[in-house]
Design a protein around this ligand. Structure first.
Ligand code: C5P
Length: 224
């Protein structure tokens, strides 16, 4: 049988986009497919972890052996993540909307000659920063993602510090890379000890397996 080094560990993973309602029938969303986050959840489960996957709306099957909590908004995602604590591992792979709309209770109507409605945006909670820095249940190992279009490593290093996470997995999402919605990814893994590794042009499932292996090494060897 395959070794299960993460038996006894609880891993919390976020994945997918969030949908932020404008009114009862409309929402703001983004192009995240959830493929990378779902693959990370599956890879951690394959190493024996108990996995809670808090996912925004995606068109993907639930990974085998994973407890999936379906949410729509960033606020719901934060609530579901808090409810899932304590966890040993937190991997934030969701593309959380930065803003929500002050949503109307009823469908907005087109007004003859009245012009379009103005949408008032409010900042969403930062789930990664919140779980990294607050509460008595900070997971032992917190891994964030950073999607950048330029100066990927420099921006990701700054983001790791700002978010308070231990590692950050940075990828180049400039349109030419096809990362968003695609099946492949090239990432840089940046750790608190300053080390950086480049994992080039891999299937998202392979990125997930390597990340799960690195996480399990951390718990076996104590490498941050
Ligand atoms: O700031 P930025 O959105 O680039 O940060 C990306 C990282 O932060 C990802 O790990 C993402 O899941 C997480 N994040 C979050 N909550 C937010 C925004 C981002 O958990 N509101």
């Amino acid at each position: 049988a395959a070794p299960k080094p993460l038996v006894g560990r609880h891993a919390l993973v976020t994945s997918g986009p969030t949908h932020e309602p404008i009114d009862p029938v409309r929402y703001i969303a983004n192009r995240s497919s959830g493929k990378q986050g779902h693959a990370v959840a599956a890879a951690l489960a394959a190493l024996g972890a108990r996995v809670t996957l808090v996912s925004g709306p995606v068109r993907l099957p639930d990974p085998a052996g994973v407890n999936v909590v379906a949410v729509e908004t960033a606020s719901e995602m934060l609530t579901a993540c808090r409810a899932a604590l304590p966890a040993d591992i937190f991997v934030a792979a969701a593309a959380v909307a930065d803003w929500r709309v002050e949503a109307a209770g009823q469908k907005l109507k087109k007004r003859d000659g009245g012009g379009p409605p103005a949408l008032t945006l409010t900042e969403n909670p930062d789930i990664l920063a919140t779980l990294s820095t607050t509460g008595p249940y900070r997971p032992e190992l917190v891994v964030g993602f950073a999607a950048e279009t330029n100066d990927v490593v420099a921006y990701a290093r700054a983001k790791r510090l700002r978010k308070g996470c231990d590692w950050i997995v940075a990828n180049d999402v400039s349109p030419a890379t096809g990362t968003f919605g695609g099946d492949r990814n090239s990432v840089h893994v940046i750790r608190a000890d300053g080390t950086e590794e480049a994992w080039e042009n891999l299937a998202k499932t392979e990125v997930a397996s390597r990340l799960a292996a690195a996480i399990s090494n951390h718990f076996v060897n104590g490498k941050k």
